[in-house]
Each structure stands twice: as C-alpha cells, then as structure tokens.
Design a binder for this molecule. Structure first.
Ligand SMILES: C[S@@+](CC[C@H](N)C(=O)[O-])C[C@H]1O[C@@H](n2cnc3c(N)ncnc32)[C@H](O)[C@@H]1O
Length: 402
C-alpha cells in the first residue's frame, strides 16, 4: 500500500468510528508525513476534523491494552510506567504483532499507526547522524538532546525487561529504534489530556499527560494561526458518553488548494526541534537558557529583545555586591554589566557555526533547522550585549558617587 492509501484508510477508519473530516479537505503525502489541503474554499470557523474520545490513545487505554497483551502478572510493573512508556510500547506492538487475528480487540489503531511518518522521515535530534549532532555542540540543545536520549534509553530498557519476561520473541523485535520512533510520534503529535477530561481547562492544576488524537494531529503548525480545539463532552459523569469528541475549528477562511494549519502554541525553535523535528525562521518565541551558579544563581530563559533578563541582572548584581543587602553602588552596576557581558561573550563563542548549503554528510533540512536555531540563539545573546550596554551607558544605573 502506498503512503496515500494509508492516509485514505486513516480517513475512512476515523469516519467509520464516529470521527469526522471536512468533505473539502484532502490528506496529502509530504516530506514530514502528511499535510492537509483544502480541495475547495472553506468559510471562516469551519470544523476540519474531529476525533471521538473512544479513539484517543491515553495512559489509561494503553495500560489496559498492554495488561491484556502481557498478562496480569505484568500489570503491577506496567502501572509504574510513564505515559510515554505505555503509549510508545502500545504503538510499537502494532508493528511487532501486526494486524492479524492475535491482535484483534487489543491493538485498536492499525490504520492510524500505518499512516504515521516512517522513521527515516523523523528529524528530531535523536534521529540525527553523529555528524549532525556534532553541529549542535556548544548549544543548549546539544545537552538537552543527550539528556533526552539517556532518559528514553533507560525507559526503553525497563519496558524491554517486562516484555522479555513474557515473550522473548516480542522482546527481540522490540528494538530501541522501534521505541524511539514511537516515542517521537508521541512527542511530535501529543495533545494535553485535559482536552478530553470532564472539566476542560488547559490551565488546570497538575501537569496534563500527553495523549494522541488520531486525525486531529494531521495538520502542520503555523505560528499564531487562529484555531480552536473544541471539546464536546457528552453526559454528566466522569466517563463521557458515546459521541464525545474533540474538534479542530479554523477561524480564518481558507482558499481552495491552500494548506490548513493547526497552532501548536508559541514554542521556541529549541522545543520545536527537540520535540517535533522542525524549526521556524526568525522565530519570535525563541529563548536561550542561562545558568548562573552559586547561592544567588539559578536557571533562566531569556527571549528575543532580552525579554526576561531582569532577574538575571538582579542575580549577578547580588553576586558582585561585596555586602549582602546593601544599596548597590555605581561600581556594582558596572561590575554587573561587565560580568554579564563576559558570560554572554563566552556563550557566543561556544555557539556552533552552521553553513547552508551543508557539507555532504549533513542533510540539508537538518542544516537549515540548526541554522535557524543558532541564529536565534545568537540574536538573543546580541540583545543581551545591547542590554548591558544600555545599563552601562544610558543612565539606567545610579550616578557615580563623588
Ligand atoms: C502533528 S504532526 C503534523 C502532521 C505531520 N506532517 C504528519 O505527517 O503527520 C507534526 C509533525 O509535522 C511536521 N510539521 C508540523 N508543522 C511543520 C512546519 N511548520 N514545518 C515543517 N514541518 C512541520 C513535523 O515533522 C512535526 O513533527
């Protein structure tokens, strides 16, 4: 079956199970998997796609499926797994077992899983070659990538241990590459679980868990696109009635032939690359992480135009002041500006240099992504240099003592 056939199957399967795709939208094969295009013009506020809650892939749904597959003695171990371990292992089992008789009723997402981008289409840094990863050295993203790889590898080993105790053949097929692919699908397509909970709130207390909403996750991202994720929760109890669903509404009119976009929220390129495998040029939401050691230190995110730098200034100022709690002097301010400028210069010197077109061993799309990211980091650091200069030269520090 071709990729287009799989996308068609996804649409048919979703509609057969109570979901919806607007009759004037088409799923098209794209380098990253698929894109959604209008076959005819669409008026404002069109409902594009709906996923019934019954097709959502959640921590709970995957825990019960895996408990059946792996048998009740494994259930205690499974309950300690994270949502990423459960959902990634559940997706992986679709590839391990296949859609024959043995999986009927337990693995319920074959048309969805088959429509997902193949491993060689994924571009998060955990899918970079060694040479590509090397290009990130000296940036925040390099460390974040290594941390994530370490964390996911440990999770994978834990999952494999449980599977191995049940079936050695399954464990042999449950490879790191398979788990990484599934975990990347989750990181690049997840919605917050609050969307399908009874009291819908994106800001409710506690961290929402990632869930998958087949179909609703087929649109690419456009920054600031006016889009609503609309919940239709039927019934008044904690278990939603049949027919409950989550829909995507696009508020702008769409011209025939144009691509339809979701809005994943304001995310810096570091997050887009690490979680999704793409970047935006001149991304206004870019940030850099600055860490300062010592008792007055901490970790801060600073955005373009030195957005969010004031607490860092205060922290460095507190460090350079010889006397704790004393009113800072003119010299304290100058020392703070110097210390901050030096720190920024060191970070600037460490930033990698990326050229596009890239050398032969670097994929063009990867080089471009890294270039967008590094340019953003550099521009933020330059804005910090400007900030320290402003502090120093434009009278924003107390006058020198005479
Ligand atoms: C939720 S999926 C969107 C649909 C996806 N294209 C697919 O094939 O299923 C998210 C993935 O789509 C791709 N993507 C989304 N928005 C993008 C954009 N603005 N530019 C490039 N790729 C994008 C990335 O590969 C990302 O991991």
């Amino acid at each position: 079956m071709s990729a287009e056939d799989h996308l068609h199957e996804l649409k048919v399967w979703l509609e057969r199970n109570g979901g919806y795709f607007h009759p004037h939208v088409r799923l098209r094969k794209a380098p990253s998997g698929c894109s959604v295009v209008a076959s005819e013009s669409l008026p404002p506020d069109s409902k594009i796609v709906s996923c019934p809650f019954t097709l959502a892939i959640t921590k709970e749904s995957t825990l019960s499926a895996l408990s059946v597959l792996l048998g009740s003695p494994s259930t205690t171990r499974l309950t300690s797994w994270s949502e990423r371990q459960l959902i990634s292992t559940y997706l992986s089992f679709h590839w391990i077992i296949g859609d024959g008789e043995s999986s009927k009723g337990v693995l319920a997402h074959f048309p969805y899983v088959k429509s997902l981008p193949a491993r060689d289409q994924l571009r998060t840094p955990l899918h970079f070659t060694e040479a590509e990863l090397e290009l990130l050295k000296g940036s925040n993203l390099y460390g974040a990538t290594l941390d994530r790889r370490r964390e996911w590898e440990a999770e994978f080993e834990e999952c494999r241990g449980v599977i191995s105790a049940v079936d050695r053949e399954w464990a042999d097929q449950f490879t790191w590459e398979l788990y990484l692919t599934a975990a990347t699908h989750l990181s690049s397509r997840a919605f917050p679980s609050t969307l399908i909970s009874q009291n819908l709130s994106l800001t409710s207390p506690g961290v929402p868990e990632p869930i998958l909403l087949p179909g609703v996750d087929s649109l690419n991202h456009a920054r600031a696109e006016p889009v609503s994720w609309v919940q239709s929760y039927l019934g008044s109890g904690p278990v939603p009635d049949a027919g409950s669903c989550l829909s995507l509404i696009l508020h702008n009119p769409i011209a025939a032939g144009a691509e339809l976009f979701n809005n994943y929220g304001p995310k810096p390129n570091s997050e887009l690359i690490l979680g999704y495998g793409f970047s935006l040029p001149n991304n206004p939401d870019d940030t850099i992480v600055l860490k300062i050691g010592g008792p007055q230190g901490g970790k801060w995110e600073v955005g373009r135009g030195a957005r969010g730098v004031d607490p860092i200034w205060d922290s460095v100022l507190a460090m350079v002041q010889p006397e704790e709690g004393a009113e800072p002097t003119y010299d304290d301010h100058l020392d703070t500006a110097d210390a901050l400028a030096e720190m920024v210069q060191q970070l600037m010197d460490k930033l990698p240099r990326v050229s596009v077109p890239a050398p032969d061993d670097i994929r063009e799309d990867v080089a471009l992504m890294i270039q967008h990211y590094v340019e953003g980091q550099r521009e933020i650091l330059e804005s910090l240099v400007e900030y320290t200069e402003t502090k120093e030269w434009h009278g924003e520090v107390p006058a020198p003592e005479t």
